[in-house]
Structure formats: C-alpha cells, structure tokens
Design a protein around this ligand. Sequence first.
Ligand SMILES: Nc1ncnc2c1ncn2[C@@H]1O[C@H](COP(=O)(O)OP(=O)(O)OP(=O)(O)O)[C@@H](O)[C@H]1O
Length: 603
Amino acid sequence: MQQTSTVSTGHEPGKPAKGRASAFRAISGYARPHAWTFTAIALCSLLGISADLLQPYLVKIVIDDHLAIGRNDTGFLVGISLVYFALAAISFAFTYVQNNLLQYAGQSVVARIRKDLFDHISRLSMSFFDRFHTGSLVTNVSSDTETISQFFTQVLLSLIRDGMMLVLIIYLMFRLDPLLAWYAVLILPVVAIIAVSFRSYLRRTYQQARSRLSRLIAFTAENLAGMFLIQSFRQEKEQIRRFDEQNRDYLAANIKQARSNVLFNRTFDILGNAALALIVWLGGKAVLDGAIQFGVLYAFISYIRQFFQPINQITSQWNTLQSTTVSMERIWRILSTEPDVRDPRPEQTASLQPEDVQGQIDFENVSFGYNPDVPVITNLNLHIAPGQMIGVVGATGAGKSTLISLLNRFYDRSEGSIRIDGNDIRRFPQELLHRMVGLIQQEPFLFSGSIIDNVRLFRQDISREQVMEACRFVGAHPMIARLPEGYDTLLSERGSGLSAGERQLISFARIVVFEPKILILDEATANLDSHTEQLVQQALHTVSTGRTTIVIAHRLSTVMHADNIIAMKDGQIVEQGPHGTLMALDGYYADLYRHAKEAGNPG
Ligand SMILES: Nc1ncnc2c1ncn2[C@@H]1O[C@H](COP(=O)(O)OP(=O)(O)OP(=O)(O)O)[C@@H](O)[C@H]1O
C-alpha cells in the first residue's frame, strides 16, 4: 500500500496546542545560534530604558529638593540638565545599537527559515504537491516567513524591551509612593481580562483573512497557468465572477480583522486615560494634604503615562503574535512533512555510477494506487533490455504516465519491485536515479532565463560550448541561430516566442547535456505540426541511440517503429510485441490502430 505523507503536527490551526508548541519550539530553534546577539539586545534595551526612566526622577529631585524649598544653586541645576541630556543621548545610542542587532539577528533567522523551507519543499514527493496548492506554498514561502520576521523584529523586541520597562516602572512607582503604586497596579488584572477575552476572537478573524488570501492566491495562480484554456473556452466572465466573489470575501475578512484590531487598541487607550485621571485625582489630593511632595506626583504622572505605553505595545503586538503562531504552525506543517519517497540508508545504497548504467529495466508484479483503495496499476510485469525502444500505448487513464512516475520514483510502488540493471530503484539515491533517467514531457517546462541556462538548467559547470554542441546534435541550432539574441535569448516561464516543437527541441538538448542512460518521452510529440514533428522525431532518433527509451504516445505513428510496443488497459499490460506482431494478433492494439486511422491520425 502506498504510504501517505506523515505530518507530525497534523492538526487544524487553533486545535491542539501540542502542534503549536512544537512549531514554536522548532522555529525558536532557529534563533539559538544568535543567542549571544539576543542577549546583547536585552542588555542594550535594559540600559536604554534605564536611561529613559531616570529622566523623570531627575526632574523630581529638581522640583522637591530645589524649587519647592527655594534653593538657589545654579551650578547644581546646570549639572542636572547636563545629566538629563546625557541620559537622553545614552538612551538614543543603546536603542540604535539594539535595533541594528535585532534587525541583523531577526532577518538572518528568517532568511535561514526561508532557505530550509524551499530546500525541504524541493525534496518532497509528488504526493505532497497533489495535496498542497501551489498558491498556498507561495504564501508559505513569502508571507508566512515575512510574518515570522515581524515576530523576531517587532514582537520579540516588544516582549524584551516593554516587559523590562514595565517591571522597572512598577519598581520606581513603589519606591516613590506605595499607595499610589497599588492603585496603578490594580488596573493590571482588568487589562489581562480584556486581552484574554479578545485573544480568541482576534485569532479567528486573522485566520479567516489568511485562509481567504491563500485561496485567492491559489485561484489567481491557477487561472494564470490555465489562461490559455480559459480564453479558448471563453470562460473569462465566469472566472472574473468567481475571482470577484473570492476577492470580496477576502475584503470582508480584512475589514472585520481591522475593526477588531482598532477596538482592541482603543480600549487600551481609554484604560490608560482612566488610570491617569485616577492618579491626578488621588495624587493631587495627597499633595494638597501634604502626604506627598509635588515632585513625586510629577514623576508619578510621567511614569503612569509610560506605564501604559509598554502594556499597549505588548498587547498591540498581540495580533502579530497571533499571526506568527499561525504562520509558524503552517511552516512547521511543511517542515515536518516527511517525504514519502526516501533515499536509501548508506548500507543499502547500490554502488552504480550513472555512466556505468546499461539501461535494463524490470517491473516485477508492480501494483500502485494514488489512493491506496483505488488501484491504478495492478500486478504489472515488464522487462526492457538495454538500448531497446519501447512504445507505450493505451486509452486515456490506462496508467501510462503512472508507470513512468513509478520508474522515476515520483511515487513509490505499493507492491512488487522495479529494477534498473538488476538493482531495486529504491536502492539508488534519488539524485542518482534522476541522473540515470531523463524525462521529456508533453509541455517542456522552461524557466525564466536564457536558452543556454534552460538547456544546462543553470549549472555553471556545463560550458556554453557543450550546450551549443548538444543543440547542434538534436537539430535545434538553426532555429536558435535565427533568434535575434541567439543562445542568449531570454525565455519566459512558458517559453513565449518559441513554438511547441522548438521548446521540445530545447528539452532534447537538455537530455544530451545531462546524458541519462534511460530516456522517457511522455506524449512528447503530441501537439506538433507534421514539419516540427519530423524535426522532433529526428532528434528523438538521435538521442535514443544507445539509450533505453520509453515512448508514451497517443499518436501511434510515433511508436510504430519501436522494438516493442506495450498496450495498456486499466493499469495492466494487455498485449506486447512489435507493431507487425500486434497487428497480426488483431486484438486491442489493432483496434486502437484502426480507430486512429479512422480519425485520420494513423501510423
Ligand atoms: N496525482 C494523481 N492523483 C490521483 N489520481 C491520479 C493522479 N494522476 C493520475 N491519477 C489517476 O490515475 C489513473 C491513471 O492515470 P495516468 O495519468 O497514468 O493515465 P495515462 O494512461 O497516462 O492517461 P493519459 O493518456 O490521459 O495521459 C487515472 O485514473 C487518473 O485519474
């Protein structure tokens, strides 16, 4: 049975805290190498805040010890003013250093997460990509890592800096006047209750907005990729309507989120002002009664103003913290997904060099289903001798491409074995297997970049001359030479400017450069006009010489001359043999052939 990917945190956001905790642990592991930098940040924060908080204390000394008692000591006043200015300068310097260190550490952490995420996604099996939308993955790599970056550069700073500030202010307030300090501190439980009660609501609104954004991005990416189809079936209006609907859903979720944020933040402002009014009232009365000095009240009012600032900061980071936990969970869900298809352990690895491969392929009692309950390939046996060309034909959905995916280990067979030169393919590291087996698909994928880079797939150790030689070999040189920039012509993702056949010739040149001993063509000559098909057929003949070649084709003319043709039906081989033998058999293949002939697309 085919294994499904294991997602160790496997839960929906907002469900068990266990997943959230391990996500948090895993992501904070990335900060560990920067522990010293974070310690230095905490130290700078402490020094900066202390310098800030000493300023009202200095003013209190001036008011109570000099102005209130009419002491005329200009030298002392100048000295205090200089100290006041020096404290401001110290605070500035430490805050500056602390911010720079934080940006450096925070951005480095996130760059590392982004790299690991991309590395990990690149190594995941095809079954993962069947389940995850490309749009969602793009969001994971881009905006989720950005949210985590905000955590390291904003939330963490707030927790360190504002947390310490709060503790210092409380300490100073109690030193100044314990009774007034108690009044101020008593408001803290109210703050906590409001923060907690808003917490789950804010989290829900945030998650809703995020999932709607992901859906919108996935929809857009899918539509861009399928624009050709949409336009040719004149589905623009319908797709615009669906986009509009999702766009409006996202807008509504965003507005709801913004509204709850404002409500949360303003509630804190009101609380801050209420506390200030209380202190002015009670403190003013205490001054009039002679219980405390005027300078104490001044310092107290300054601190109470600053007291609500860190609380407000910490709580206003609340929603960033919410988004960070969601993003961490989503990233961790991917990072903790084990690939279904794994490389062998060193002791199980077959010692075969790609250049020594002969190209013998054996499928022995192979069974497989994408969904374990729905078999797609059942008990299939196929033996291909080195250097043979095999044609694979069969109706749509017969399992032809699946066969190829199994040989490439995009998926692992559920039962039986697949061997190359007598070695089970699971004994090859995937990198080695993919060097042995070259795949050319119906729609060759081209990357944004020059023709040179598209042929050598950005590998700098493959020289320009090697690429040009390969292009000459497959007959692509004349068409490339006609392009204004020749081999340096920049292609876009869809290879715009090149015809389907020309794009296909470039993918043939790739095969020559990478020299796999086994070549697979999956409908590679479909959709070509007869002139280009001739060119491609010629290229195929050239590159297949000396290579075991498997050609999947609906167009039977492509495989008629193969050494052996296998006809597949419902995941099984129903007939096999050369064209003449199969025609003489007058069975399934002969039927396919006659149908193709009637449809005007014969051999
Ligand atoms: N990624 C996938 N997840 C689930 N089912 C799949 C997946 N890919 C293919 N299938 C199913 O497996 C069966 C065989 O598909 P496959 O693509 O191998 O057929 P095929 O013979 O290559 O067809 P075609 O000639 O149309 O390319 C089909 O029923 C198909 O729906």
